[in-house]
Write a protein of this length. Structure first.
Length: 135
């Protein structure tokens, strides 16, 4: 029953949750930031669509086949965090979200493992050339 009413439940949680998270254990948590942006953390991937439809920023540890929300909400998945590390989202003076990640690309040998795709046994993206000469 909860899943059928997920969009309404998320909208209600967002309006009642300014600066604090309202959670449904094992499913999702939602909060509204001072800026008005709605943030939803999705534990159960079944809530992904409803989260994208109702939030401005969606975070999930799940690996999804999609790389974005059709609504245009910012999406951070387990894959995003694996490849780029921690993410900071701040709201600038114009009210737009600005995202800064720990890594912009795996161009250092000690973070190259983040681009490894264990399913295919290859590294995602272009192979990078490393040398120890400092060039």
């Amino acid at each position: 029953m909860e899943l059928r009413n997920a969009r309404d439940a998320l909208r209600q949680a967002a309006t009642s949750a300014e600066n604090r998270f309202v959670c449904l254990k094992g499913a999702r948590c939602t909060a509204t930031h001072d800026s008005g942006y709605v943030v939803t953390i999705v534990e159960n991937p079944a809530y992904f669509g409803a989260a994208c439809d109702t939030a401005d920023i969606v975070v999930t540890p799940a690996r999804l086949r999609t790389t974005g929300c059709r609504s245009g909400a910012l999406l951070f998945t387990g894959e995003t965090l694996r490849r780029f590390g921690a993410a900071e989202v701040r709201i600038d003076d114009q009210g737009s979200p600005v995202v800064t990640t720990a890594y912009t690309r795996p161009d250092r040998p000690w973070i190259r493992h983040r681009a490894y795709n264990w399913r295919s046994g290859t590294f995602d993206g272009e192979p990078l050339a490393f040398n120890d000469s400092g060039e």
